[in-house]
Design a protein around this ligand. Structure first.
Ligand code: DX5
Ligand code: ZN
Length: 217
């Protein structure tokens, strides 16, 4: 199984993002947290900023939309060239139509589940998606503690993906560190978002490798 480590630039120095991208050369994808101060109580950046990141980043972008009205905004992120675009289940009434639109444009489509969001209604939609993001903290802020109570949801997803032989990546986001990554890996995650654990390290590129090793161990 491939193990992917996607550093979240939410924990990077916003005044030096191009330089920060240079410190994570060992990453698989760059996780970009878009927040609108409506879906979550925090505000980050929008399409113009992400478009510029797309131009300068040597590593493909994994865009995590923590915004409302994704039917309106998500396709734009796919159009600017993001590798994957993930929206929250609650942010649209038409998740399948939106996923199809994202795939048509050429991005991988992802659906994100908050800690309190039940996975069962979304299991039958899995063929429409390329990845599921299981939030392991409440979305909105970096540096929070990993919520182990979300692991049964990941185990359930992992079982269904294996049984149905689907190619759907299972991503975890929030509180992933050298101490917690093994728990999420055991529960079936293959893609790990880490903000503070990567950018809080003296040498982020080495921390990424250590995280990958810890996930496999
Ligand atoms: C939280 C974001 C995460 C965040 C993770 O809402 O979706 O991507 O950057 O940060 P850490 O790894 O510090 O918990
Ligand atoms: Zn995120």
């Amino acid at each position: 199984m491939t193990t992917r480590i996607n550093p979240s630039i939410l924990a990077a120095d916003f005044a030096n993002l191009e330089h920060e991208l240079g410190r994570i050369a060992s990453a698989d994808l760059v996780h970009v947290d878009v927040m609108d101060n409506h879906f979550v109580p925090n505000l980050t950046f929008g399409p113009q900023m992400v478009g510029r990141l797309q131009e300068v980043s040597p590593i493909p972008l994994d865009v995590h939309l923590m915004i409302s009205d994704v039917d309106r905004w998500a396709p734009g992120y796919a159009e600017l060239g993001a590798f994957s675009v993930t929206f929250h289940a609650e942010a649209t009434d038409e998740p399948v139509a939106l996923a199809r639109r994202l795939r048509e444009i050429g991005a991988r489509a992802g659906i994100a589940l908050k800690p309190g969001t039940d996975v069962e209604p979304y299991l039958e939609l899995l063929p429409e998606f390329d990845q599921v993001l299981v939030m392991t903290v409440e979305p909105g802020f970096g540096g929070q503690s990993f919520m182990a109570e979300t692991m049964p949801k990941l185990e359930r997803l992992s079982r269904v993906v294996r049984e149905t032989d689907l190619d759907v990546w299972l991503q975890v986001d929030g509180g992933i560190s050298l101490d917690t990554i093994g728990i999420a890996a055991d529960a079936g995650a293959d893609t790990f978002v880490a903000g503070s654990a990567v950018f809080g390290a003296d040498v982020p590129a080495e921390r990424i490798i250590a995280l990958r090793d810890a996930a496999i161990a």
